[in-house]
Ligand binder design. Structure first.
Ligand code: PLP
Length: 258
């Protein structure tokens, strides 16, 4: 059985974070393991508070996994602080982790900061160069590329800027554009790939970004190349959103096992 690791935050309502990642791995028949960076008190209405684990404890979890289990792919989500990014980058380098997918999570839907401002430079310097794919949405891509993104041409320019930080490929998710079709653009330094999906009219989209990036990691673990892993993951997320669940008072979760 293939094995994938998620390095991310816990979501008590289980729609996003570690819980969404483990469900996504299971839906792909990939054995999932986890390293928790931060514990959030959260429900479908939003994140209320976050408690970061001590960096040494993040390190112990990484060492526990990598000294025992041969990991086929890694998904990285909420990292919260500079110290946690440093420890994660250092251990991933040391253990020569492969197929790393980074979802550069900055804010939750309700605007709670999941990455501190001073951590962004460390993300560029230490972690992005280790990644096979990074999956920012438009606001995250704007922040990383330091530019406004208002058109497809802007997305392509942002892809080039982000790739210059040293990752192998970048997937910018177009969901924040106000259009009927959602176009995500993948750039690998050579070709642009366009992934079109229909916008689904539902408020129950909690954890969509977490789920897409963990599906990509699962598909890389299964041995697919990046463009095909993204294509399969887009199909999966489309079905999971179409079947999303009306749980809670806010933004309900996806159905990972539709
Ligand atoms: N909570 C955790 C632990 C997360 O990792 C994320 C996103 O990656 C979120 C919340 C935000 O999810 P959403 O934007 O769907 O509210």
């Amino acid at each position: 059985m293939k094995k994938a690791l998620t390095i991310a935050g816990s979501d008590s309502s289980a729609g996003a974070g570690i819980q969404a990642d483990l469900k996504t791995f299971a839906a792909h028949f990939v054995y999932g393991v986890s390293v928790i960076t931060s514990v959030t008190a959260q429900n479908t209405k939003g994140v209320i508070a976050a408690f970061d684990l001590p960096k040494d404890f993040v390190k112990l979890q990484l060492e526990a996994i990598f000294t025992d289990i041969d990991i086929d792919a890694v998904k990285i989500g909420m990292l919260s602080s500079k110290e946690i990014i440093e420890v994660v980058s250092c251990r991933l380098k040391y253990f020569k982790a492969r197929n790393i997918v980074l979802d550069p999570v900055v804010f939750s839907k309700n605007g709670f900061k999941l990455l501190k401002d001073e951590a962004i430079k460390t993300l560029y310097d230490e972690l992005i160069p280790l990644c096979k794919v990074i999956t920012p949405n438009i606001p995250e891509a704007s922040l990383l590329a330091e530019m406004e993104i208002k058109s497809i041409d802007d997305i392509k320019l942002a892809c080039k800027k982000i790739l210059s930080f040293g990752c192998e490929s970048v997937l910018i998710k177009g969901g924040h554009f106000d259009s009927d079709d959602v176009v995500d653009i993948l750039f690998d330094g050579k070709d642009f790939y366009y992934f079109k999906g229909k916008r689904i009219n539902t408020k129950n989209t909690h954890g969509t970004g977490c789920t897409l990036s963990s599906a990509i990691a699962a598909n890389l673990a299964l041995g697919y190349d990046v463009p095909y892993a993204v294509e399969k993951s887009k199909e999966y997320i489309q079905g999971a959103i179409e079947n999303s669940l009306n749980i809670g008072l806010g933004f309900g979760p996806l159905d990972h096992f539709y």
